[in-house]
Ligand binder design. Sequence first.
Ligand code: SAH
Ligand code: SF4
Ligand code: F3S
Length: 510
Amino acid sequence: MKTYKQNETPEFEMIRAAAPEDEGARQYYFIEQARILWKQQFDGLVDSGEAAARYEGSLLSELQAEGKYGTFHIATFGCQMNARDSEKLCGILEQIGLKGVESENADLVLYNTCTVRDNANQKVYGRLGYLQTLKKKRPGMMISLCGCMMQEPSVIEKIQKSYSYVDLIFGTHNIFKLAELLCCRMMSENRMVVDIWKDTDKIVEELPVDRKYSFKSGVNIMFGCNNFCSYCIVPYVRGRERSRKPEDIVSEIKKLVADGVVEVMLLGQNVNSYGKNLEKPMTFAELLREINKIEGLERIRFMTSHPKDLSDDLIKAMRDCEKVCNHLHLPLQSGSSRILKLMNRHYDKEGYLALVDKLRAAIPDIALTTDIIVGFPGETEEDFEETMDVVRRVRYDSAFTFIYSKRTGTPAAAMEQVPEDVVKERFDRLLKEVQKISSEVCGRDLHTTQKVLVETLDDHKEGYVTGRLSNNTVVHFPGDESLIGKIVDVWLEESKGFYYMGKQVERQES
Ligand code: SAH
Ligand code: SF4
Ligand code: F3S
């Protein structure tokens, strides 16, 4: 394992020398150490009278009442993997004694970054400028960056050169070390601390997690990706595929259920290849069957499924496991067999369509969603029409459409790029088609009663709540806070294209 580290001081070395060896215990030790350091800092601010100006309004008294020693803000970019990582980072910071706040004017600001497309990177650079102005007004404020973008050496170079006010940088493989890294930074006299691992085979279990929702949770079943689709940077920044042991996954879900979770989203870049590298290999279909047995769990979702690895046994498991939701996200990327080959996707147009037929034969009302890239290098009008053809044939419930973004170091970056205006025009055409179809298919359950997991109060309509059907379609209906996290029967009264308006009805036994 190659690592890139910078700026550890002898003082910190002494604290580290006393740390236990077991990685879990070791991190709880650093959480305690970090807590002591933050407490000292906070007590200093209170004693000098600076705390009152720093924590505006009632914040200071809230911190004191809750036994906290400062504030943090985490901004998450990118996919569900990052969202789950942020919950872990949040759990560690809470345990250290910091309070999460909405505002970026906090003692610690952490950006969990994404680099899948260049616009994600640009957003981070833009916001770093703003953080600098905040930091000037708030001495001692700590700015930290982590996530996929930080796994790129060119990014680290750029930050060291142009954003030297950043305090701490770490990557995707060592988020479990946050407490240790914070201690290191707090004992390193204002120097930027950088710790990036090139790859890892380590999976650290049992660290604190602070979930965003009480009733649903992401659960990592694997990390990394081995597929190397030619446009994609994820395998370079997330490392090789590693599966968690089924017993660890099941025991995590059981604990979540005991804590009020009714829906889990199993997370992996390619869940269909789950289990291949385990000591006792196991398939994803087998894992689903195990998870389906967990009492109290109501819904199982997963993402992402690579079409090349979607087995007949998995289709059977999806059909037979009653908790598995009626939805599959099956990224197409392109409908042209020629482009799919250049993309290194290992399936062709006919294979993909045959898979969709097989799925629908087994599970007739399954909702299908997808990802599509427009403007992959060399894409011709004919290639693009093949994509449109698949979209018209499959009739997706919804599709995420992306303009191809050149990622340095990926094979596609060296191929001949399609002119921007051509891509933009194709993208608009695709989006229109996708939206038209999805508004037609999303209403298929109109005038039926469906089970809905209530997620939030309705953002737009007072006295309403928002929830999701098993097939992931959104429903709004009259209700209050007490329904959040519950699964209720809802009559779908009106279809609005991408969502329904409904009303709750008496529970019917299904
Ligand atoms: N592992 C998942 C998703 C990874 S990233 C999968 O295989 O589907 C999510 C989506 O981002 C991809 O499905 C793809 O459509 C898109 N994407 C990845 N790299 C991209 C790039 N260089 N430009 C544009 N879109 C990209
Ligand atoms: Fe990227 Fe392909 Fe891996 Fe998905 S399967 S993360 S698109 S390389
Ligand atoms: Fe982005 Fe990393 Fe996810 S690059 S899409 S946050 S795996």
